[in-house]
Design a protein around this ligand. Structure first.
Ligand code: HEC
Ligand code: HEC
Length: 337
């Protein structure tokens, strides 16, 4: 071995030793994904007992992996329906469960990287945080043809296939673009918000019209905790072709409820919030988490709700912005015509 190889090898050996040395409190070595699966998970996940996603069944796993590793691990640790907590083996650590999941995912069409060390599962990260710490490594300078952050001309043709498909493409990776941008535990939602951020970066996208009216007297606008909230309600029949996104319901009395969010300070569209909407009249209540929609060069949140023309409605938007603990709640009165 020459010296540089030797140096590399000894650095590797040091890291490997550190990884393999259990902390003083641990009684044993951590098991690998394949060991955990064969000793514990295989009992149900090989044949698909009681509805367990079968190892090798790409479709069954694809549906679940969209949550990202952190959420999947949480469900496997707590148990979900017929899936027992910790797969029924309480001695398994969080990281061993993560590795086992990664192993099953990778044998079912996935390309996740087996986690090496104990990670603290983060709360939903903000799009800015994700982009600046990870995606920027390549997307800042356009390394290997990566579309640059804020370069709308480069992003627009890619967005033509639809935001969902673009997110899928980033999840699977191709060419020099690594799966999930190289971060195994990013959820699809976080990847989506990172993509939208890169598309929107540097563009002030405040709608000009509602801004012109004095904020307080516009019934469909509220300013809460530095967040500008705009409500739009349109009967499904009146939606333009480009606005018809997601699964458009057929039948009478459906409305598209749209929430646009802007940061009051920066004036940028907020695209990485989670928005839940409650539509209530004196008789009933419907609650939905809104989907991200892209139309007319802006990003907003939308969902379909059924309303009769008989009653006044209260539309309540609950908005969770990453990095802020407090839930923002905006109530609007609405009377369908
Ligand atoms: C006793 C049977 C059984 C064993 C053992 C078992 N599982 Fe499961 N697992 C299930 C079933 C059933 C489901 C489907 C639950 C559902 O979604 O209804 C499931 C679902 C899952 C999911 C998907 C969770 C989600 O959010 O969709 C993961 C991840 C998982 N198992 C991981 C594991 C791991 C890791 C092990 C081994 C440590 C394991 N399971 C052992 C029965 C089992
Ligand atoms: C190691 C470099 C690298 C990192 C890190 C990276 N990307 Fe990429 N990305 C690329 C390259 C190169 C392309 C262009 C690939 C091509 O079109 O062949 C690309 C393309 C994309 C595309 C367009 C895919 C398509 O089908 O057109 C999306 C979306 C994307 N990246 C999202 C992300 C996100 C989100 C992150 C951060 C979580 C990220 N990338 C991190 C290198 C990277």
């Amino acid at each position: 071995m020459n010296t540089s190889k030797l140096r590399a090898w000894s650095a590797f050996a040091t890291v490997a030793a550190a990884l393999l040395t259990p902390p003083a409190s641990a009684q044993r070595l951590e098991r690998s994904g394949s060991e955990v699966v064969s000793s514990t998970c295989a009992a149900c996940h090989v044949k698909g007992e009681q509805g367990a996603p079968r190892i090798g069944d790409e479709l069954a796993w694809a549906k679940r992996t969209s949550q990202g590793l952190t959420a999947l691990t949480e469900n496997a640790l707590k148990g979900i329906r017929n899936m027992p907590a910790h797969g029924g083996n309480a001695s398994l650590s969080d990281i061993e469960i993560e590795r086992a999941i990664t192993y099953m995912v990778n044998h079912s069409g996935g390309h996740w990287i087996e986690p090496l060390r104990e990670s603290t599962p983060a709360a939903v990260r903000s799009s800015e945080q994700i982009v600046q710490t990870q995606c920027a490594k390549c997307h800042q300078d356009g390394l290997n043809g990566a579309p640059k952050i804020g370069d709308r001309a480069a992003w627009a043709p890619r967005l033509k296939i639809g935001l969902d498909k673009l997110v899928k493409s980033a999840v699977h990776g191709h060419g020099a673009m690594p799966a999930r941008g190289g971060v195994t535990d990013l959820s699809d939602f976080e990847i989506q918000s990172a993509v939208v951020y890169m598309f929107n970066y540097g563009i002030a996208a405040l709608p000009t019209e509602p801004r012109a009216a004095p904020a307080a007297s516009t019934p469909n606008h509220q300013l809460i905790d530095g967040t500008e909230i705009y409500l739009g309600v349109v009967p499904v029949e009146a939606l333009s072709a480009s606005q018809r996104q997601g699964k458009v319901p057929s039948g009478k009395g459906y409305y598209h409820v749209n929430i646009s969010l802007f940061d009051a300070k920066t004036k940028f569209a907020i695209t990485d919030a989670q928005v839940k909407v409650k539509v209530a009249d004196p008789i009933g209540l419907e609650t939905k988490t809104l989907e991200v929609i892209s139309a007319n060069n802006t990003i907003s949140f939308g969902g379909y709700f059924r309303m009769s023309g008989l009653n006044p409605y209260t539309i309540t938007a609950q908005i969770q912005r990453p990095g802020t603990a407090r839930l923002i709640e905006a109530k609007f009165d609405y009377q369908p015509r």
